[in-house]
Design a binder for this molecule. Sequence first.
Ligand code: NDP
Length: 251
Amino acid sequence: MHYQPQRDLLNDRIILVTGASDGIGKEAALTYARHGANLILLGRNEEKLRHVAQLINGEGRSAQWYTLDMTTCTPGECRQLAETIASTTPHLDGVLHNAGLLGDICPMSEQVPAVWDEVMQVNVNATFYLTQALLPLLLNAESGSLVFTSSSVGRQGRANWGAYATSKFATEGMMQVLAEEYQNRLRVNCINPGGTRTKMRANAFPTEDPQKLKTPADIMPLYLWLMGDDSRRKTGMSFDAQPGRKPGISQ
Ligand code: NDP
């Protein structure tokens, strides 16, 4: 995507990022801070979150961080977390649902039910619990942006991507439902990052040369555009961070 954001695109906006400890989520949090935002970071690893928060402070922006293990979290814990955030933060200008789990890459007949459940819990259920809990804070913003993270296999099924693909179809559905429910009050969209050089990608395609992939930093223009005012009229849509890229392994 060719987008040249203003340096102050997100000045004083408050943005929450899930899975902010690593990969794309870490890069998105840092990029939002570099464009003026203050961050709320969620993840399951305290040490990694603290490190990201320090980097954000180094950019002159504030970062609060909270640990939440999305494999085990309940709706009540998510509501409690939202209340804690609300006690210091009047609104959220943006939420990036980025945390995700890959699960097993194998035929449906071999998908292990416990792993399937874990993928659905993180990618769908916990994402829904958090969304429900954070909606009031998003609706308090003048022009909130709710962004989900999808995948090419969330639009077109592919052999062996069982739980992950199914969870990403659910993500696209959740986005569409919310977009219609909150028309004119909140914009709700999906990003498909496309193959990106992260730990998850290396697990999915262990034989692929990572140097052939875009880095998280390369795909940030879309992440910025969807959080800033330039996308104010867009809702209910699923965007590609790497338009034109063919899904699958980089040859
Ligand atoms: P990474 O595995 O590098 O990062 C995933 C992030 O999610 C980490 O911060 C991780 O935390 C967090 N996370 C995982 N499980 C949990 C959990 N149970 N509770 C809380 N946090 C958790 O993945 P990517 O950066 O590659 O992926 C980011 C998003 O992009 C995902 O939704 C993925 O599905 C999607 N995506 C990625 C593509 C790619 O090529 N990379 C392509 C298409 C979609 P921790 O640091 O503790 O592991």
